[in-house]
Ligand binder design. Sequence first.
Ligand SMILES: NC(=O)c1ccc[n+]([C@@H]2O[C@H](COP(=O)([O-])OP(=O)(O)OC[C@H]3O[C@@H](n4cnc5c(N)ncnc54)[C@H](O)[C@@H]3O)[C@@H](O)[C@H]2O)c1
Length: 259
Amino acid sequence: MRLKGKVTIITGAAGGIGRATVLRFAQEGARVVAADIDQQGAEETARVVPSDYPGPVTAHAVDVSRADGVERLISDTVTRFGRLDVIFSNAAIMRAGSVVDLSESDWDALFAANVKGAFLCGKYGIPAIRRNGGGSFIITASVNSFYAESDIAGYCATKGAVMQLTRAMAIDHGPEGVRVNCICPGWIETAMSQPFLDENPEGREFAGKIAPLGRIGQPEDVADVAVFLASDESRFVTGSAYTVDGGWTAGMTKALALI
Ligand SMILES: NC(=O)c1ccc[n+]([C@@H]2O[C@H](COP(=O)([O-])OP(=O)(O)OC[C@H]3O[C@@H](n4cnc5c(N)ncnc54)[C@H](O)[C@@H]3O)[C@@H](O)[C@H]2O)c1
């Protein structure tokens, strides 16, 4: 019960890392709002929570790139539970392409979901969190916050932006007791990485080979780090970027040796 009673909003909760985090948070006693643009998926997440988990989970449909929707998500949560302690701003999209190939509308969509979404969760969520004297705000960034990969220029730009947003928010809101950190996953097996893994039959094996820990990541690997960052165990941690990549980016020489 590391999150006992903590009222938490998790965005991007219809699948992948978001769904795994909803499950872990509910298991640890958090009261969770599972939010996603995919309403059916969010409802399915709430349904698959085992009945013996202590935390209640409710689904909420939201487009995180829309101010009215995010404002309603925060106010509905506070009305329902009386407070807000934690936000996990995790929703994002992927669009492939170099800057030459990427359409303007894909660029705008990437920044709307991946960067504006985190901004709006902070804009409307932090005032609610600080009313309790503080809490935790977590953003899902990426190893692409540090390192670029080919053919995903817009996505890399958004993930660099949210890591820097994490730091700026940590500085602004630390004095109010709001801790802000980001998690930087490497390759995690979810719907987002699936197209790449399907296109490249050896992709999963390659992801395992480049990571010193020898396997592709699972959503639960990220969820467990989110539990730590949401819990009081991380009470002196803010402005940090936690890499969850099986050592991939620490072991670049291993990746280079395979090329
Ligand atoms: N899978 C990976 O290898 C990997 C690696 C690094 C970072 N990440 C990051 O992890 C996070 C979770 O992704 P995932 O891998 O679980 O993929 P996913 O596609 O399963 O999850 C993303 C979720 O965000 C939701 N979403 C997208 N746009 C939204 C919007 N405007 N409003 C509300 N919800 C929206 C989607 O419906 C989906 O449920 C993302 O921030 C992603 O960038 C993933």
